[in-house]
Write a protein that binds this ligand. Structure first.
Ligand SMILES: [Zn+2]
Length: 67
């Protein structure tokens, strides 16, 4: 299953958060803070993808070290 971490912003309270999103699936979502469903999809790609790729690499490395 291909999921990507996408950024969203609540238009009501301004809260920004990330949520795993399945490709091609656009379900209704609500703000985790105020439960509003005025959520805007922020398309700042690549940066967060790279960061998550790096952090998963780092955790793999630290796991190896721990063993
Ligand atoms: Zn909100």
């Amino acid at each position: 299953m291909a999921t990507t971490n996408e950024a969203f912003r609540c238009m009501l309270c301004g809260h920004e958060y990330q949520e795993a999103l399945e490709k091609g699936v656009d379900k209704e979502r609500s703000c985790p803070k105020c439960r509003s469903n005025s959520i805007r999809h922020l398309k700042k790609k690549a940066v967060s993808d790279q960061q998550s790729a790096i952090s998963s690499q780092q955790s793999a490395v630290s796991k190896k070290r721990a063993e």
